[in-house]
Design a protein around this ligand. Structure first.
Ligand code: PMP
Length: 429
């Protein structure tokens, strides 16, 4: 595998862009070697600047649920382009997408469009604070909610991959209002709530976290959080930036039957364009300006090209529930194949899997929270990653990420991935 062009681009990029990339994990720091620079993507494949072809298991970190360059999404974007690229004014499409989101996501009665998941979570916390008149909020260790100051405390995803879960630049004043709890531990929440009686505005979490690798909620855990939040007047926020429109058309809240007060969304909602959203109960969302006093705005929010792509994507998912059966079957087949290989090789590594998301952890212990995820052998993961890459499989370059499957993965491709996985595991010893 030649990566001459990628190497040259990276050298040049490092002169002008911090670390040579526009988002840290892309630099491949955790897995060694230089990052590959992408020229194009189509269906289940991504192609680099040296014309190497890879099967996609990142899918832009989630959005490309139907595979890359889907003709339906492309056509919607091209059509929208005929009408100009931005107005900074209300449009009919915004109304249509808001109505559709409210019909798909159980907790959402009203929704505000923003430009990224980061904006969605920052805004949701502000609204929860405005609504309750309280300052503190609870965040789970190892969960990632974008790069807003108050979330960069024991943060997952790139923050842990780069070794900076507590980022410099976040003031002590900001950090003191973020209360940390381990995931999957209801007792810990009860203790925090008792110690901060009537001071906690919100509890935010990824209901099925994917940013410390994929971790599943224990039986009754999400409902337990719901009960505590209802009892204490705390706004329960599900960050479904990854799981929204992926685990089910109504996200993890639909799948687990637990309805939060607010939900943050991103990724799939933009069909691959930069979009996020936050929504929830009418009485809470009525606090958002100009309906209410909590300020939040955006020049490019509800951008017409992004809305056209997102609306087409969501309509398709809403009208074709079989997409989820297809995705889940692909996930099941892949993970079953991986498990067979692990058994054959006598390796006890842990696979966490739900629908079209999975993580293979290089530990033989169960992974149910941040501490257990950190037991993984990240050096071995790095070797495995490189072994997969040279076999043409494009994985997230960190142990602390979930993989995302798309409907573009045919049976043939699934078989190829399973084979590459077995060979790569063998070679990673
Ligand atoms: N929340 C979650 C759960 C995420 O996974 C991410 C990004 N991966 C974000 C928020 C931030 O989204 P963005 O990168 O669009 O700002």
């Amino acid at each position: 595998m030649q990566i001459t062009h990628s190497k040259a681009l990276f050298e040049k990029a490092k002169r002008y862009i911090p670390g040579g990339v526009n988002s840290p994990v892309r630099a491949f720091r955790a897995v060694g070697g230089d990052p590959i620079f992408i020229k194009r993507a189509d269906g289940a494949f991504i192609y680099d600047e040296d014309d190497n072809t890879y099967i996609e298991l990142i899918n832009s970190w989630g959005p490309m649920i139907l595979g890359h360059n889907h003709p339906m999404i492309k056509e919607a974007i091209v059509r929208a382009l005929e009408f100009g690229t931005s107005y900074g004014a209300p449009t009919a499409k915004e109304v249509e997408i808001a109505e559709l989101i409210a019909s798909m996501v159980p907790s959402v009665e009203k929704v505000r469009m923003v430009n990224s998941g980061t904006e969605a979570t920052m805004s949701a916390i502000r609204v929860a604070r405005g609504y309750t008149g309280r300052d503190k909020f609870i965040k789970m260790e190892g969960h990632y909610h974008g790069h807003g100051d108050s979330f960069l405390i024991s943060a997952g995803s790139g923050a842990i991959t780069m070794g900076n879960p507590d980022s410099p630049g976040v003031t002590k004043g900001t950090a003191k209002d973020t209360l940390l709890a381990p995931y999957n531990d209801l007792e810990a929440i009860e203790r925090l709530v008792a110690a901060n009686k009537d001071e906690i505005a919100a509890l935010i979490l990824e209901p099925v976290p994917g940013n410390m690798g994929l971790v599943l909620p224990k039986e009754g855990y999400l409902q337990g959080l719901r009960n505590i939040c209802t009892r204490e007047g705390i706004v329960l926020i599900f960050d479904e930036v990854m799981t929204g429109f992926r685990l089910a058309k109504g996200g993890a809240q639909e799948l687990f039957g637990v309805i939060p007060d607010m939900t943050t969304l991103g990724k799939i909602i933009g069909g691959g364009l930069p979009v996020g959203a936050y929504g929830g109960k009418k009485e809470i969302m009525e606090f958002v300006s100009p309906a209410g006093p909590v300020y939040q705005a955006g020049t490019l929010s509800g951008n017409p090209i992004a809305m056209a792509a997102g609306l087409t994507m969501l309509k398709h998912l809403n009208q074709n529930p079989e997409v989820y059966t297809t995705l889940n079957n692909i996930g099941d087949k892949l993970v079953k194949g991986f498990q067979t290989s692990l058994n054959k090789l006598g390796m006890n590594y842990t696979i966490n899997h739900l629908g079209s998301m999975y993580s293979l952890f290089f530990t033989d212990q169960a992974v149910f929270d941040f501490e257990s995820a950190k037991k993984s052998d990240t050096v071995r993961f790095g070797k495995y990653f490189q072994n997969m890459l040279k076999r043409g499989i494009y994985l997230a370059p960190s142990q602390y990420e979930s993989l995302f499957l798309s409907t573009a993965l045919t049976d043939d491709l699934v078989e190829k991935i399973i084979k590459a996985n077995e060979e790569s595991l063998k070679e990673s010893f």
